[in-house]
Ligand binder design. Structure first.
Ligand SMILES: NC(=O)c1ccc[n+]([C@@H]2O[C@H](COP(=O)([O-])OP(=O)(O)OC[C@H]3O[C@@H](n4cnc5c(N)ncnc54)[C@H](OP(=O)(O)O)[C@@H]3O)[C@@H](O)[C@H]2O)c1
Length: 309
């Protein structure tokens, strides 16, 4: 694979081929290295830096230029991409770099507040700032059919200017001028994913001691989760209209009445109900405060600690 990237790179940098924009990438961990290889394969001149030089040497052997320091790497190109462990490592890496006039695209996972603060920090240093939240794992990078993408937010102008280059490794989805929105979308989707993982863990625990092959439950579970997933559209519709009863087929009253079945089954199977209990408690609270005819959307309001702004 490395050899493929290197040879593709040599092919695409043939003098007859139009020059692709050059860029700098700081951070060559699992994700950064995967990103680097796709830009090299597409013929983008790439300058890299990594805290541990060995990783930079590996990517340099595949066609990148390894800078001696982060500051030197930043100086090499106007487009500077960071893909580091966390926000603190971005601050560490860029501490001695001159960011004036740079287009900084930060693909490091962070909280929305960290992303906003990092954007302000970059602008104070004369850079334009775009934040990214990567919705992919390294094997999905450079594999369009895998469906991975990056949420971007912050400077729209910067996003539009580098859109083609940014789209080389993985799809792009711009979600707004607020630098925190990419991180917020990223965390929202991953939070929902953990809810799904929690439900699946409970389901497997229920059958674990029975003569049921987990491999026979898995496809049923996957299909059921896919069948239920579109319910999020009704939730969105209810949140927008404020009418939580429109089009409801399985109402809150019926669902709360069913909760003892789930808790009793867990008890009978020797399974802790600790993943189900918090959600059921919210459903019951909402039922006590509102109408049995509603959907489960009211749980969203119960979770909010601050009123909508
Ligand atoms: N891997 C995934 O599945 C995945 C998926 C989505 C998003 N992401 C995000 O992508 C980012 C990079 O992830 P990764 O998988 O590449 O992580 P990783 O393999 O652990 O690599 C971390 C990178 O950060 C560098 N680093 C750590 N602390 C540093 C510091 N204080 N100063 C300078 N550099 C520092 C490391 O340098 P050394 O080589 O010197 O240690 C390495 O280049 C993270 O924010 C992660 O959340 C990853």
């Amino acid at each position: 694979m490395h050899r493929v990237a290197a040879s593709l790179n040599r092919m695409t940098q043939h003098p007859d081929h139009p020059e692709k924009p050059s860029l700098t990438l700081l951070g060559l961990g699992a994700m950064g290295s995967a990103l680097a290889r796709t830009w090299l394969a597409a013929g983008h001149p790439l300058t890299v830096w990594n805290r541990s030089p060995a990783r930079a040497a590996t990517i340099a052997a595949e066609g990148a230029r390894a800078a001696g320091s982060a500051a030197e790497a930043v100086a090499a190109n106007s487009l500077v991409i960071t893909c580091l462990l966390d926000d603190e490592s971005v601050g560490d890496a860029l501490a001695g770099a001159d960011l004036a006039g740079k287009d900084l695209v930060n693909l490091t996972t962070s909280t929305p507040a960290q992303a906003r603060a990092r954007g302000a920090w970059a602008r104070e240093r004369g850079a334009r700032y775009l934040d990214g939240g990567i919705m992919a794992v390294p094997p999905m990078i450079g594999v369009p059919e895998a469906g991975g993408y990056v949420f971007y937010s912050g400077s729209r102008e910067l996003f539009e200017r580098h859109r083609e280059t940014l789209a080389v490794p993985v799809g792009t989805t711009y979600v707004g001028e607020d630098a925190g929105f990419a991180a917020l979308h990223d965390v929202a989707l991953l939070s929902a994913m953990y809810g799904m993982f929690a439900g699946a863990a409970h389901a497997f625990a229920l059958i674990r001691e029975e003569d049921i092959d987990p491999a026979s439950l898995a496809p049923l579970l996957a299909d059921w989760l896919v069948a239920m997933a579109p319910s999020v559209h009704q939730t969105a519709d209810h949140l927008k209209s404020g009418d939580y009863t429109k089009g409801v087929v399985s109402n809150l009253g019926m669902q709360v009445a069913g909760t003892p079945t789930f808790l009793d089954t867990a008890e009978q199977q020797g399974v802790s109900p600790e993943l189900l209990v918090p959600y059921f408690a919210l459903m019951r609270r909402r039922l006590a405060e509102s109408s049995a005819e509603e959907s489960l959307t009211g749980v969203v309001d119960l979770l909010r600690r601050r009123p909508n702004h």
